[in-house]
Design a protein around this ligand. Structure first.
Ligand SMILES: C[S@@+](CC[C@H](N)C(=O)[O-])C[C@H]1O[C@@H](n2cnc3c(N)ncnc32)[C@H](O)[C@@H]1O
Length: 206
C-alpha cells in the first residue's frame, strides 16, 4: 500500500541523538586501525561529537563534519541541540572542518576522502528518490579509489520504523536505496563488503 507520509526536511530531523565515537564504531564496524591516518567525512554529523571524540582519543585522522544544521544561527537551532553544542564545545580544528551542507550536493572535489560515513542520516533519511539518487552519485564521486563508504542503518525495513517513528519503505524509498547500491556494485566501481543493516562499499580501480 502506498504510504502518503509527508517527506521531511533536514530541519525536522534534529540530531538530539548526539552519538559519539563508540556508537559510530559499533554500528559502522570501525576501530582505531581503520580510522588512523584517514581523511574522513561524516555526513549528517549532527553535533560533531564523532569528530570531537576522534580528536580527544588521539586518533590521527582528519574528520570533516558535513551538517546542514550549521547553516542556521544558534538561536534557530532545536533547543536540545543548542544545549548539547554549548555544553560540549568543539576545538577550532573541528570547527574548521565543519561544512554546512547537504549530502545530496556535496561541496567537495572528486575522490577527496578515504572514508565517508553516514550514521542515521542519508540515505536512510532521504525524503525522495531524487535525493537518494543524488546522494549515491555524490558519495561515490567524492570517495577515493581504494576508499570506503560506510552507511548505517541502510534500511528502514529492518525494524519497520526508525528511531523517529517514520514508517518503512516510504514511497518505495528503501527498495530504491537497495537498487542504488546494487547499481554501484554492478557497475564494477564498488565492491560490497558487508550487507545487512550496515553497508560497506569499497571503491575499485576503473
Ligand atoms: C538522527 S540525526 C543523526 C546525527 C548523528 N549522525 C548521530 O548519529 O547522532 C540525522 C542528521 O542528519 C542530518 N541531515 C538530514 N538531512 C540531511 C541531508 N540532506 N544532508 C546531510 N545531513 C542531513 C540532520 O541535520 C541530522 O543532524
Amino acid at each position: 500500500m502506498e504510504n502518503k507520509e509527508k517527506p521531511r526536511t533536514w530541519e525536522e530531523i534534529p540530531p538530539v541523538t548526539n552519538r559519539g565515537l563508540d556508537e559510530y564504531a559499533y554500528h559502522l564496524n570501525l576501530d582505531d586501525v581503520n580510522l588512523e591516518g584517514k581523511k574522513i567525512l561524516d555526513i549528517g554529523a549532527g553535533t560533531r561529537r564523532f569528530a570531537r571524540e576522534v580528536e580527544e582519543r588521539g586518533i590521527r585522522a582528519e574528520v570533516f563534519s558535513l551538517e546542514p544544521l550549521f547553516s542556521l544561527p544558534k538561536e534557530k537551532m532545536h533547543s536540545k541541540v543548542k544545549k548539547i553544542i554549548e555544553k560540549y564545545p568543539v576545538s577550532l580544528e573541528v570547527k574548521g572542518k565543519t561544512i554546512a551542507g547537504v549530502g545530496d550536493q556535496m561541496p567537495f572535489t572528486n575522490e577527496a576522502f578515504d572514508l565517508c560515513v553516514s550514521e542515521y542520516s542519508l540515505p536512510m533519511h532521504a525524503s525522495t528518490q531524487e535525493q537518494a539518487k543524488s546522494f549515491f552519485e555524490e558519495i561515490s564521486r567524492i570517495t577515493k579509489v581504494g576508499g570506503e563508504i560506510r552507511l548505517y542503518p541502510i534500511n528502514r525495513n529492518q525494524e519497520g520504523k526508525t528511531e523517529q517513528g517514520r514508517t518503512c519503505n516510504q514511497n518505495g524509498l528503501d527498495d530504491f536505496i537497495n537498487e542504488q547500491i546494487d547499481k554501484l556494485v554492478h557497475s564494477g566501481k564498488f565492491n560490497l563488503i558487508k550487507s545487512s543493516t550496515l553497508v560497506i562499499l569499497k571503491k575499485q580501480k576503473d
